[in-house]
Structures are given as structure tokens and as C-alpha cells.
Write a protein that binds this ligand. Structure first.
Ligand SMILES: Cc1ncc(C[n+]2csc(CCOP(=O)(O)OP(=O)(O)O)c2C)c(N)n1
Ligand SMILES: [Mg+2]
Length: 538
């Protein structure tokens, strides 16, 4: 009689079948029983700190559109990953986050490395947190975790697995299941929405981050072109869902209640698809929408639907909704498209010495950045210039922190490049990062170097947390400490983690070094001294 297979064996078979053969992790003694005899067809991506591990997995999952597997070190490792986990939850990124746990035999004694509140720790930033009651349940718990992560709205889930579970005999082969990744919108309600859209005199379309995530980029363009309405994005977008170079594109909506109200004046209907109604940041109060403006919202996420202060909403796949709406709506033949927003043309600026304005940095980048490159932006005070010079023109090619937590962009860029490599997409990832933001998960650049990833980190060395100085003005809070960043040698950090690293002295060397980075066999850090800016926030 053959020996019974172990939980370890059966779980690895299951992971293989589910395509979860890349493990993002940082190991400890509580994880080694899972990682032992690591199969040749699996890849372990080592991150040097768990905030990086998790955000790398997030970027990887986002470009692949499938869950990624994370393995953290018990309580301390999970704790380190929490900021990144908030971002994954907000971005509806399907992640199966696992952590090792002390052996069951000693659980009651709360030994060293025990996580006595294992399923509480990641809450509420996971859809499900579980520690199997029996070792035999581990494979089925993974299967359930996969199902929960993939069902809309997608998101991270958490499994805590005692280290002694892996060697236990399994019940038998794992049961493989498949679940829905999309929910069809209610047909009658969608028809009623279409009717209201057809009756609108001056509609405005808001396409939020969910659209790109749901694969609805093309459907959004088709719908917008039929509607002939101006198309806005959500402010502070974590994904861009409509080509910012399109004649109908108007850029993002403002960040405040008062600002959005004013932007909506003159429109009788706002059609918000895959977007919060609305995404706000600084508080500048007022009415949400002008008198006479109605709001229709379509979202995959019941929470996003529930929190809208105005308007009617419909839950379901935004991609399917957009595809259906194109055929359901009537648009008056004489409706004229809105005036096109003028974006500047990429032209080489006059040679200028550093410190450069952020505007000049993006202007140079716009002349050298490959058309198909992905952009990850975490340069908080310079976003307006990025939008002007480096607008997003393709699906799956703009990424930013969905939670507002910095320290996401650097590791996410690494995960995006790994995901591109895995799915056979050849492109560069350009990461424009503030000198403050660069420090939070800086060790992710080591992983980029180890994997020779095609990433160009352009670090804006303005010597401060510039955006917080803008905030201090808006909120009238003078003399806030801790907003300056002297004494950081970012080039040396890059070199120290094993990357090509340069500091440029002006526009010409920026272009030259960027081109050299495009030819390099691995990532490059380009440090550019910039003048601090105080962007308008109100
Ligand atoms: C995890 C985390 N900690 C702190 C903050 C608060 N915060 C927001 S922006 C910012 C400064 C960013 O500075 P930098 O990256 O240099 O960009 P700049 O504003 O100078 O363009 C800080 C500290 C945050 N968003 N996330
Ligand atoms: Mg800065």
C-alpha cells in the first residue's frame, strides 16, 4: 500500500493547478516547513521586507489579472506588510496572503513567534482571514481562499498555517473548483439606466479605476464615443481607464467636494462607471452636485455603491455593463463632441541645469519614454505635470497607490515588471518617485536588481515632503516639523542595493542617462535634483 500524501504534497499540487507557482515571500522558521523541498517549477521571489513583498505581489497580480501568492513571517511579517495590504484591499487585488504560525502542540503556551491573534491581525483589510482548524483542511482552505479572492469585488485573503501542518497526511487529492470572476448586471436595471442615459441632454462620463481592472478599456472607449460626452477620470487615480490622449478625455475630476460640484455644472447626468461617487481628498465642503444634475453609478463593489452620497447605482461587472450599454443607448445625431483638451507636444527643452522644475523632468521623460512603457507614479507633488507630459494612452499601463499610502510604488513597479516577464509582455516600467516616497520600501529595488528587471526609477530629489508643505498652507497649519529630508544619498542607496545608479545634472544628462537605462540589462536609479513645488490642492 502506498503511503498517504502529505498536506505539503497535496497543497503544492493544488497551487500548481491554480497557477500559483510564484511565491512572494520573506522566510522565517515558521515558514520553512512550507518552503522545504521547494519544487523546481515554482519560483520564490525574495523581498527583503514584507511591505515590499506584499506590494510586489500586488503589482504582479494586477498585470496578470490573477491572484498572487504571498508567504509572510508570522505576526511580525504580517505586521510589516499591513500598509501594503490596505492598498491591495482598496485596489481589489486578488492576493492569497499566507503566514506561518507556531506549532499546534504549543499553541496554548503562546510560545516565541506565536501569533495568538493570527486572524485578527490582517483585519479589516482582507476579505477573509482563516487558520485551518485541522491540518487536513489546509488544501481546501487554499481552494476557498482562491475562490474568495477572485469573486467580485476581488481582494486579498489571509491564511495562517501552523508549521507542523505540512507533514501531516492529507485526506486525498485537493478538490479543484472554479468560480465566477464577474457578475452580470441586472438586465432590467441596466435597461432603465440606458433609458435615462438616452434621455440626458448633457451627460458627463466618469470612468474610474475599476474599468481598466475589469478589462473594460476598449468597451469604455466604444461607449464614450457613442455617447459623445466628455470623459473624466477619478482624481488621484490608481489605474487610468480611458486614454488621456483621446479627444474626449478631460483629465481627472477635482479632489474636493466643492471642486467636483463646480466641475459638474451644466451637466444633467453624470454616468460614473467603476468609480467612487466621488473620490475626495482635502475637505472643501459644499453641495455634492449642482441642482439638476443626476448621477448614475455602475460598480462591481457593493461598498462603493453604498457609500455614494447621491445618485442611483447598479452592481455588476463594469466591462459587461459598458459592452451592453453601447447597444442599449440612443444618442441624438446632432450632439457635438466637447472641445478637445490641449496637451503639450513632446519636444526637447532648452538645455537646463539642475535643480530642474518637475515640469522639465516630465518634459524630458516624455521625449525618451517608450510609447508602450508602463508608468508607476509616486511623486506626490508633481502629479499634474506627469498628467500633462506623460498621459496614459494604453490599458494596464498606469499604476499608483490606491490607499494614499506611500511606499507602494517602488515595490509595485518591481511586481509589474515581474508580471510582465511572466506573461510575456516586453516593455519598460518607468517609476517616477519622490525622494520621500522612495525610502519607505526601498529594499524592493534589490529584488529588481536580482531579477534584472527593465525598470527606470526616476527619483525627484527635492529635499522635502513637498506635498505636505502644500497641505500646511491649505489647512493653515504653520511650523509643522519633519517635512525636510536633508542628508539622503539616493544614488548611494541605489548602488548599495546593486543597481546602476546615477545623479544627473540637467536636462541633457537626464535624457542621456534615461536612454542608457533603456539599453541596460537591469534596473537603473536616476536621481534628479528638483525644485520643490507647492501644487494647488483646494
Ligand atoms: C505610509 C505613509 N506614511 C506617510 C504618509 C504621508 N505623506 C503623504 S505625502 C508624503 C511626502 C511625500 O514626499 P515625496 O515622496 O518626497 O514627494 P513630494 O511631495 O516631495 O513630491 C508623506 C510623508 C503617507 N502618505 N503614507
Ligand atoms: Mg520630496
Amino acid at each position: 500500500m502506498s503511503e498517504k500524501k502529505t498536506v505539503h504534497h497535496v497543497t503544492y499540487d493544488l497551487l500548481r493547478t491554480l497557477g500559483l507557482t510564484t511565491v512572494f515571500g520573506n522566510p522565517g522558521s515558521t515558514e520553512q516547513s512550507f518552503l522545504r523541498d521547494f519544487p523546481d517549477d515554482f519560483t520564490y521571489v525574495l523581498g527583503l521586507q514584507e511591505a515590499s513583498v506584499l506590494a510586489m505581489a500586488d503589482g504582479f497580480a494586477q498585470v496578470r489579472g490573477k491572484p498572487a501568492l504571498v508567504n509572510l513571517h508570522t505576526a511580525a511579517g504580517t505586521g510589516n506588510a499591513m500598509g501594503s495590504l490596505v492598498a491591495s484591499y482598496k485596489a481589489n487585488t486578488p492576493l492569497i496572503v499566507t503566514a506561518g504560525q507556531q506549532t499546534r502542540e504549543m499553541s496554548l503556551l503562546d510560545p516565541y513567534l506565536n501569533n495568538r491573534e493570527a486572524t485578527t491581525l490582517p483585519q479589516p483589510w482582507v476579505k477573509w482571514a482563516y487558520e485551518p482548524v485541522r491540518a487536513e483542511d489546509v488544501p481546501a482552505a487554499f481552494m476557498q481562499a482562491y475562490a474568495v479572492a477572485m469573486q467580485p469585488p476581488r481582494g486579498p485573503v489571509f491564511l495562517s498555517i501552523p508549521l507542523d501542518d505540512w507533514d501531516k497526511p492529507a485526506l486525498g487529492p485537493a478538490v479543484i473548483r472554479d468560480v465566477s470572476g464577474r457578475i452580470y448586471p441586472d438586465t432590467e436595471r441596466l435597461a432603465a439606466f440606458a433609458d435615462r442615459i438616452s434621455r440626458a441632454k448633457r451627460p458627463l462620463l466618469l470612468l474610474g479605476p475599476e474599468v481598466d481592472r475589469d478589462g473594460g478599456w476598449d468597451a469604455g472607449i466604444a461607449f464614450a464615443e457613442k455617447l459623445k460626452a466628455p470623459v473624466f477620470g477619478s482624481c488621484l487615480p490608481d489605474r487610468v481607464s480611458f486614454p488621456e490622449t483621446h479627444p474626449l478625455a478631460q483629465g481627472p475630476l477635482p479632489m474636493t467636494i466643492a471642486g467636483v460640484h463646480d466641475a459638474l455644472k451644466g451637466y444633467d447626468l453624470v454616468i460614473a462607471i467603476g468609480a467612487q461617487v466621488f473620490r475626495y481628498y482635502p475637505f472643501v465642503g459644499g453641495d455634492y452636485v449642482p441642482n439638476g444634475t443626476e448621477v448614475l453609478q455602475i460598480t462591481t463593489d457593493p461598498h462603493v455603491s453604498a457609500i455614494a452620497p447621491v445618485g442611483d447605482s447598479l452592481i455588476g461587472s463594469v466591462k459587461i455593463a459598458l459592452e451592453q450599454l453601447v447597444d442599449l443607448i440612443d444618442v441624438p445625431a446632432d450632439r457635438s463632441a466637447p472641445a478637445q483638451r490641449q496637451l503639450p507636444k513632446a519636444t526637447t527643452p532648452e538645455p537646463t541645469a539642475a535643480p530642474l522644475t518637475a515640469d522639465l523632468v516630465y518634459r524630458v521623460i516624455s521625449t525618451v519614454k517608450p510609447e508602450n512603457a508602463a508608468l508607476v507614479n509616486e511623486s506626490t507633488s508633481t502629479m499634474a505635470h506627469q498628467l500633462e507630459w506623460c498621459p496614459t494612452a494604453h490599458s494596464d499601463s498606469f499604476f499608483s497607490t490606491p490607499s494614499g499610502g506611500i511606499g507602494w510604488g517602488v515595490p509595485a513597479a518591481v511586481g509589474i515588471a515581474l508580471g510582465d516577464r511572466e506573461r510575456g509582455v516586453k516593455r519598460h516600467v518607468v517609476a517616477t518617485i519622490g525622494d520621500g516616497s522612495f525610502e519607505y520600501s526601498v529594499q524592493a529595488i534589490w529584488t529588481a536588481a536580482q531579477h534584472k528587471l527593465p525598470i527606470i526609477f526616476v527619483v525627484f530629489r527635492n529635499g522635502e515632503y513637498a506635498i505636505l508643505k502644500s497641505f500646511a498652507l491649505l489647512e493653515k497649519t504653520p511650523n509643522v516639523p519633519g517635512l525636510d529630508l536633508p542628508g539622503l544619498d539616493i544614488e548611494a542607496l541605489g548602488t548599495g542595493f546593486g543597481l546602476r545608479s546615477v545623479t544627473v545634472d540637467g536636462t541633457e544628462s537626464l535624457a542621456k542617462e534615461f536612454n542608457a537605462a533603456l539599453e541596460a540589462d537591469g534596473p537603473t536609479v536616476i536621481v534628479v535634483h528638483t525644485e520643490p513645488e507647492l501644487p494647488f490642492l483646494g
